[in-house]
Design a protein around this ligand. Structure first.
Ligand code: SAH
Length: 364
């Protein structure tokens, strides 16, 4: 017998194909199953009450539904919650929920999604970079983070705040897992499923030549670029692999990146105390910002155990921000959320592995 298929990993056309050609059911059934999986967040074929008993039996025989399993939840004082999720093959990834209160007073949540187990980019300040690259995540695993978080919120939070925005800023480099990224974005948009619009999705990249243009032309998400340094030399020091694509070439590509009329991209600038927060850095950064339709997020570094970098002093950070404002650059200091739970990219898994190593050492 053929191996069972995880329906969570199929795009709409793939599901339709599976339902009509493998299960010999109608296209209409594919629409119903899709709706159960993505709109109703269902993991149990028997709960699909509008499917006939025979159809459910067929589903059991030929398919299954697997989503990542929550291994650990760390909650921050500021409400940020970080989840360590276990994938089907035992690999661990992270996703973070960041709560906020909207203008209407209702609770909202932004979710930060991982796209790869580990990361190949080896940025020197990043915990995920230190893990190295293990493998790409499938669409089912990428969006399984949303499903797992939704189920968790429904189980634990009586107010059931909506997951309003998604940011692809967790572990991994989204553009290096391009096919699964695009498949995920298309599934997120599907109006019989999760129905996220592009305005509510941001893909963050360190700037990968292949795929960048296509992402812009797809209009499926907003773009954020991890700049982190204003010169090629400094960028090469902080982000050795990303900087193989020369800064000037990245900037030219960003100048011609497809943006909607009222849309602008985000530049992320991790402020590392004494490293990239000098007046000279501000001057170079102003030149870059004047070339692009972009807003600038200044993210004070989240201190990470064992890291050579440190957060900027509050005075230096403000001085840096002021220098940018003086030249009409819209720079906003983004307070790092979840500092007490080390919610920056890759920190939970790194901590978990460190803990395991310590346990392993102790048990020897
Ligand atoms: N690879 C993609 C997305 C993952 S990293 C990218 O580079 O954009 C998401 C963001 O978290 C990046 O801007 C990254 O530089 C930042 N980041 C990594 N480690 C951090 C830390 N210790 N403190 C604050 N931000 C961090």
């Amino acid at each position: 017998m053929d191996a069972k298929i995880n329906l969570n990993s199929l795009s709409y056309p793939e599901l339709e194909n599976f339902v009509t050609n493998e299960l010999h059911l109608s296209k209409y059934r594919a629409g119903q199953i899709w709706n159960w999986i993505w709109a109703k967040n269902c993991t149990d074929f028997d709960a699909m009450s509008d499917m006939s008993k025979d159809a459910r039996q067929l589903l059991h025989e030929k398919a299954y539904l697997f989503r990542p399993v929550i291994e650990k939840v760390s909650k921050s004082k500021d409400g940020t919650a970080k989840f360590l999720l276990r994938l089907e093959d035992g690999e661990l990834i992270e996703t973070v929920l960041i709560p906020s209160v909207a203008k209407d007073g209702k609770g909202r949540v932004t979710q930060c999604l991982s796209t790869q187990v580990g990361c190949a980019m080896a940025c020197t300040f990043c915990s995920t970079g230190k893990l190295g690259f293990k493998r790409n995540m499938t669409m089912g695993e990428i969006l399984g983070q949303v499903q797992a978080a939704r189920a968790f919120i429904e189980d634990t939070n009586p107010a059931h705040p909506l997951i309003r925005n998604l940011v692809f800023m967790g572990m991994g480099e989204p553009l290096l897992n391009f096919d699964n990224l695009m498949k995920s974005l298309e599934t997120l948009h599907h109006n019989k499923g999760l129905a996220f619009s592009a305005r509510r999705i941001t893909v963050s990249t360190c700037g990968i030549q292949k795929g960048l243009k296509e992402l812009g032309e797809s209009n499926l998400a907003y773009l954020a670029v991890s700049l982190h340094a204003p010169t090629q030399e400094k960028r090469a020091m902080l982000m050795p692999k990303a900087a193989k694509w020369q800064l000037q070439d990245l900037l030219s590509a960003l100048e011609s990146y497809t943006l909607g009329t009222r849309e602008c991209m985000t530049l992320e600038y991790l402020v590392l105390g004494g490293v990239n927060d000098t007046p000279e850095d501000a001057k170079e950064l102003i030149k870059i910002c004047s070339r692009l339709k972009a807003k600038l997020n200044l993210i004070p570094y989240n201190d990470t155990p064992g890291s050579p970098y440190k957060a900027p002093t509050p005075e230096n950070l403000l001085r840096f921000e002021k220098a940018l404002w003086a030249k009409n650059v819209t720079a906003i200091i983004r307070k790092s959320k979840g500092q007490d739970i080390e919610a920056a990219c890759g920190q939970l898994r790194a901590e978990y592995e460190l803990g395991k190593q310590t346990e392993d050492c102790q048990s020897k």
